[in-house]
Design a protein around this ligand. Structure first.
Ligand SMILES: [Cu+2]
Length: 476
């Protein structure tokens, strides 16, 4: 019996629920991968010339997040070294349910000073990440979680990981309160157009083809790439004419970006850690929770290559700079001259996965309406019946966005495939997070292969906090 089959058998059915709590690591020797310590910490960074206290997810040597090789075990002890209870979700991995990081599903928050151990197969190679499944995500409790493939780490290709974030000097609680019950501005339009009360609107009302769509709920103080703004960006030394693999993670809580590779045409080679037939482009969208891998062949020129992330529907931007030896790095403003593109499904409808799910008919089909009331700041997911499957079933789920904002929908513990857009069947991307724009319908197929009561939610932190979350459950 293969390792994976053994683990699946051991964890099928009610066995998951009968594990003792607090959780003891499963007595399954996954393999010999050495145990690693990961600490939730408090740290200081400088943003806009001011010091900010944020969270960190760091190994004892200070490296951020975790990096594995395909075939490794996720053999990790997580320690909460902060003064607050918390919980961390391994976004993109498909662990057994008790190792997922959502409070009460099934384990409670990790208390101050507490340690929790994990040991399961890390799974397929891909660009993943980890983040708090609480409002603490806003305070930068997020880090890369990379699973390198057997062919990665080629000597002729340099890996560059970029973690994007939106940053505010306000606490997440203050930001949420500002959205749900802050003082109302004089005109309804402020609410209808989705800007935070009192902040300038970034509605797409004035953009052609996007009537009444809402883009950004919050005006942030900064947009970060690897904790830094373009005032003082990370400058990565690269080889002139070299090959670079960008692993880009949108860890922002409420901001979608378009990656701008300037005049170098990149090749999109993976989405959410799943390989795709390469798509060439210089502007590639990435919504909250999603990841994109872009392969670049740098020209043999002695100049710097900025890799920018353009805020959706607004001129703010962030990014890093790739710098061959000797190249001069010029200053790039934190605000561009034009708003970043509004994310749509043009790319999504073209993506072809290298490893699609097996072709088969759905055993169960569900319909879910994504609803929103901007004025009350209430968000919801309404299904015709509870989403439930029996292990081994193929489930299809059609999400219909009846609200005025786009929602990046994330299913825990599984990968899924986009199989229809507005009812038109496609062999679309394999992912864990898919953007559902307003008035669009997206159908995903999921194989029910990982029993549990899994979180299924919008990856806009404040939409989730305001109700946009449900469960993908299993019946035994
Ligand atoms: Cu949402």
């Amino acid at each position: 019996m293969k390792r994976r089959e053994f683990l699946a058998a051991a964890l099928s059915g009610a066995a998951v629920l009968s594990l003792p709590s607090p959780f003891a690591p499963p007595a399954l020797a996954v393999n010999g991968t050495a145990a690693r310590n990961l600490r939730v910490t408090r740290r200081s960074i400088e943003v806009n010339g001011k010091s900010a206290s944020v969270f960190g997810l760091e190994q004892p040597d200070g490296s951020k997040g975790l990096r594995f090789k395909e075939g490794d075990a996720f053999n990790v002890t997580l320690e909460n070294r902060t003064a607050e209870d918390t919980i961390v979700h391994w976004h993109g991995l498909t662990p057994p349910w008790q190792s997922d990081g959502v409070a009460g599903a099934p384990l409670p928050l990790l208390k101050v000073g507490e340690k929790r151990s994990y040991n399961f197969p890390v799974g397929r190679a891909g660009t993943h990440w980890m983040h708090a499944h609480t409002l603490q995500e806003q305070a930068l409790m997020a880090a890369p979680l990379i699973v390198a493939g057997r062919d990665d780490d080629a000597p002729d290709e340099q890996e560059v990981v970029i973690l994007l974030h939106d940053f505010s000097f306000k606490t997440p609680e203050e930001l949420l309160a500002g959205l749900t019950n802050g003082p109302l501005s004089s005109h309804d339009a402020v609410n209808m157009h989705g800007s935070q009360h009192g902040a300038p609107s970034t509605s797409a009302m004035d953009m052609p083809g996007m009537p009444g769509m809402d883009l950004n709920d919050i005006e942030y103080d900064a947009y970060l790439a690897n904790d830094r703004t373009l005032d003082d960006p990370e400058v990565v030394a690269v080889e002139r004419g070299g090959r670079v693999l960008l692993r880009i993670i949108n860890g922002a809580t409420a901001t979608a970006f378009t990656i701008d590779t300037g005049d170098i045409r990149g090749e999109l080679v993976a989405v959410d850690g799943h390989d795709v037939k390469p798509v060439k482009g210089t502007r590639l969208p990435v919504s909250m929770g999603q990841r994109i891998d872009i392969r670049l062949e740098l020209p043999r020129e002695e100049r710097a290559f900025p890799i920018l992330a353009l805020r959706e529907g607004a001129p703010e931007r962030t990014g890093i700079v790739l710098r061959p030896t000797g190249a001069k790095v010029s200053k790039i403003g934190v605000t561009g001259s034009k708003p970043g593109p509004v994310l749509d499904l043009a790319l999504e409808s073209r993506i072809e996965p290298l490893a699609p799910l097996a072709l088969r008919d759905a055993d169960r089909s569900f319909t879910m309406r994504l609803t929103g009331d901007m004025t009350a700041y209430r968000w919801g997911l309404a299904t015709n019946e509870p989403i439930e499957a029996v292990p081994g079933q193929r489930v299809e789920l059609t999400m219909i966005n009846a609200s005025m904002m786009a929602h990046p929908m994330h299913l825990h513990g599984h990968r899924f495939q986009v199989v229809a857009i507005d009812g038109r069947r496609i062999v679309g991307a394999v992912r864990d997070t898919v953007l559902v724009p307003p008035a669009k319908s997206m159908t995903i197929a999921v194989d029910a292969d990982n029993p549990g009561q899994w979180a299924f939610h919008c990856h806009h932190l404040y939409h989730m906090a305001a109700g946009m979350m449900t469960t993908f459950g299993y019946r035994t």
